[in-house]
Ligand binder design. Structure first.
Ligand SMILES: C[S@@+](CC[C@H](N)C(=O)[O-])C[C@H]1O[C@@H](n2cnc3c(N)ncnc32)[C@H](O)[C@@H]1O
Length: 218
């Protein structure tokens, strides 16, 4: 089943300062900033999968003193979103914006393992089995000591504990999770193992979308 949602229009919620999503964005940005603030000197690599318009990462780079050290690759399917991402200021960072399928592991070759991996707006749109598989594959995307930031809506089917446990099972140390009282979860984990080799030719997930997951009772 094809995901039919208008993912360009979805981003308009970011322009409503009181929306839940705008609040989430601020939290993700602050966590990205912390990762850059605390990063050791030297080059830094960043991956953003299902990157949307890159609003969580690019504006942080635009003002961050470490931006010149950053090489980032954002992978997003909708060309309207990648067009917006390309129009955003990211300061002196070297940013590559790819219009393509973020589920394909090959798309991260040359950049993985990264210091920071963003998986925002993904886990609410894929099955639990695919969340597991994506986290397993993130072992190949993240360098030892690197950070993963993810988001997941908190609703009657709150999967944040499940996600947190799966990260722990796969060698990611828990760093931070947003308060349960807000309607979304933002999680931060640090990878402690050596990265796995990139599993060439693999697919991490099928982006089925929230409404299809609901229709299937998931
Ligand atoms: C919930 S939005 C999140 C966007 C961004 N990460 C953020 O948090 O602002 C999900 C995004 O995934 C994109 N998307 C869906 N399937 C994809 C795929 N297979 N590969 C890349 N992007 C995909 C959609 O176009 C949409 O922009």
């Amino acid at each position: 089943v094809k995901d039919e949602k208008d993912w360009f229009a979805w981003h308009h919620q970011y322009d409503e300062p009181t929306s839940r999503l705008a609040q989430r964005l601020e939290i993700v940005r602050s966590r990205v900033r912390i990762v850059l603030d605390e990063a050791p000197p030297g080059p830094l690599r960043v991956i953003s999968a299902v990157a949307g318009q890159g609003r969580d990462l690019l504006p942080v780079l635009a003002t961050h003193p470490r931006a010149a050290d950053v090489t980032a690759r954002l992978v997003e399917l909708d060309p309207r979103n990648t067009a917006v991402a390309r129009s955003l200021d990211s300061g002196p960072a070297a940013v590559e914006i790819v219009t393509g399928d973020a589920s394909l592991v090959d798309g991260y070759a040359g950049l993985a393992p990264a210091d920071l991996v963003l998986l925002c707006g993904l886990f609410g749109n894929i099955t639990g089995e695919d969340i597991r598989h994506t986290i397993l594959t993130t072992r190949a995307l993240t360098r030892a000591g690197g950070t993963v930031i993810w988001t997941r809506r908190r609703d009657e089917n709150d999967a944040t504990d499940f996600i947190r446990d799966v990260f722990a099972e796969h060698g990611f140390e828990f760093v931070w999770l947003s308060e349960p009282s807000v309607g979304f979860g933002v999680g931060v984990h640090r990878y402690r193992d050596e990265p796995d080799p990139l599993p060439a030719g693999e697919r991490m997930f099928t982006f089925v979308g929230r409404s299809e997951l609901r229709a299937r009772g998931l």
